[in-house]
Design a protein around this ligand. Sequence first.
Ligand SMILES: [Zn+2]
Length: 257
Amino acid sequence: MSKAVTPRKCSECGKRRMPAKRSNGKASTKCKECFGGQFWLSEFGRWFAEAAKRQSPASMPIDENDIEGIHALWKERKEATGFTKGDGQLKPAYEYHISHRDPAKGDGFQGRFTTANLIIATAKANKMAYNDEPIDHGFRVYTDKKPFGTAAKVREWCGGQYDLTGIVRDLGLKKYVSKKKSNADINPDFLPQGKPPQTMLEQQLRRFKGGSTDPWRHTISNANDSFTSALVYGIGLGSGELDESYEGTKERREEDF
Ligand SMILES: [Zn+2]
C-alpha cells in the first residue's frame, strides 16, 4: 500500500482537499472533483455517473481500460439506436439499453459494472430479464457495501480511483452541449439509420467466446426473446468470456457521426 495521502491545496480550485490519484498511483495536484472535471462534463461521463449509481466501490469497473470498453459499448448503442422521422419529429429508430448480465442489484451480490458483464439489448428484453438470476455469468460481487445511490457519490469515488483525465484524452471526450436542432430541417437519410435487433444480437454475441445464435437458429422467432435468453441464460454455447479478437467496436470507433 502507498503511504497515507493528506489534504492539500488543489492547483485548480485552490481549496484544501484530498488530492486525486493518478494512474501511476501518485497523487495529482488537483482535488478529486477538479481532476475528473472534463470527464463528468462529457455526454458519456454524464451517462456513466447515472449508470453507476446502483453499484458500490466493490463492483465498479476494474480500471481505465475497462471504462474505455464501456465507452465503446455506449457509442455502439448510440449508433444502433439511429433515427427515424414520424409526424415530422425525429425519433429513435430502436430502443436499446446497456444491460447487466449479472444484475447490478442481485440477491446478496452486485453484478459488476464491467465491459464483459454488459451487453446491448433491446429495452424490452432488458425489462423482461430484469433481476432474473438463475445463472451466474461470473461477474457477481458478494458484498454488503451500499450502492452509491447518487451520481455525485459516483463522481467523488471515481476521482480518487481512476485517471479520468487520461480517459478524456484517450477518447477525445468533449463537453456536452445539448443540440437543439430544428427537426424540420433534418433529412433523416443523412443520420444513422440504426441497427435492427436481430443484427444487433448477432454482433453482441460475437463479442464473447463461443457466442453465437447458431445453436438456437431454428428456434429464434423474435429478437426480444433471444436477447432475454442471452441475458438470463448466457451466451450461446461458449464460456461467455470476452473475445479479445472481436473487432466490431474498434472499427466503429474510427467513424464519426
Ligand atoms: Zn479542486
